[in-house]
Design a protein around this ligand. Structure first.
Ligand code: FAD
Length: 288
């Protein structure tokens, strides 16, 4: 799988914090906000969950030197959700208690984790009102989850959803996912709490900009959020229009699952990887 690392580099800011800091500083200097994510998921021992928690604590210490507030993204399966929900909750509580000026936002993983993720979020949010949660538009259940988040004051990052889910759990047609995204994002923009609009889909962005204008939604009540290495042109355009744009910056050694999700999101990515690997492995380069 090392062969895939050159492709991973487009989507991740580096294998360690020291390298990632170059990208993070550049993002901040360019006037963007940043969500920092330490790659990792589905840990299989308490020690691994503890190590992941410690790595986040170390990140906070380093960020203090930058004197700038960041969003911090975390996956609960990285903090031990699959081992024991209580341990995971304690690890998350330790992180929010230590996060200082930063805001922690929980990524949403596959549907096996949806209910338990929302339960842990709701429990920890009671004492930590800044804690935020990603919600996936493709899940049938998300409409109810979003209304509950609005009611409870939980800040939502709305994305389409990146996992392969069966048809009784998630919408399968991309057109329908788009329609559902708009249906969910409008109430979030009107009544939500620092909503993050996490998409690079221009069709959606055009509709959302129209809604923001017609409803006079104030630009400091939400963020646009995009992934590191994806559609920098749109990031710039939205920033130029005066909106707050946040870049989701992942780093770390566990880059493979994240990279595979990104590669599979666009046919051209997979095609590029496959032809490139073929050329390299079979010695079919045009230059010799
Ligand atoms: C900030 C942020 C946080 C996210 N957090 C989560 C999460 O917690 N849980 C979860 O399940 N999903 C998450 N996602 C992923 C999301 O669910 C989608 O899988 C992903 O964003 C692609 O959907 P899209 O809305 O950008 O639309 P698409 O229709 O997939 O993409 C629109 C356009 O963006 C560009 N693009 C999009 N993805 C790629 C790519 N990988 N490579 C190259 N170009 C690309 C292409 O130009 C494409 O035409 C997150 C996405 C963002 C932006």
């Amino acid at each position: 799988m090392k062969l895939l690392y050159p492709f991973a580099k487009r989507f991740i800011a580096g294998p360690d914090l020291e390298t990632a800091l170059f990208a993070i500083r550049k993002i901040v200097q360019s006037g963007y906000f940043a969500s920092i994510d330490i790659l990792g998921e589905n840990v299989s021992s308490r020690l691994q969950a503890q190590n992941a928690t410690n790595e986040y604590l170390q990140l906070f210490t380093t960020l203090n030197e930058l004197n700038h507030p960041f969003d911090i993204s975390v996956k609960l399966s990285q903090l031990g959700l699959d081992l024991d929900q209580d341990i995971c909750q304690k690890n998350l509580e330790l992180l929010v208690n230590s996060s200082g000026p930063h805001t922690i936002r929980i990524d949403m993983e596959d549907s096996f984790h949806t209910q338990s993720t929302l339960e842990v979020c709701a429990a920890v949010h009671q004492n930590h009102p800044k804690l935020g949660q990603a919600i996936q538009a493709y899940l049938f259940r998300s409409e109810k989850d979003i209304l509950r988040c609005i009611d409870e004051g939980i800040s939502v990052r709305l994305c389409k959803g990146a996992y392969n889910e069966p048809s009784h759990i998630a919408i399968q047609s991309m057109d329908e996912v788009r329609k559902r995204y708009l249906k969910l994002v409008y109430p979030l923009l009107k009544d939500g709490h620092q909503t993050a609009i996490a998409t690079h889909d221009e069709n959606l962005l055009v509709e959302i900009l129209k809604f923001i204008e017609s409803e006079k939604i104030h630009s400091d009540s939400f963020y646009f959020e995009m992934l590191y290495g994806v559609r920098r042109d749109l990031q710039k355009i939205l920033q130029r229009k005066g909106f707050r744009v946040r870049i989701y910056v992942p780093y770390g050694k566990a880059w493979l699952p994240y990279t595979l999700r990104r590669l599979s999101e666009k046919k051209e990515n997979l095609y590029f990887v496959i032809t490139h690997l073929f050329r390299e492995t079979l010695g079919l380069q045009k230059l010799h």
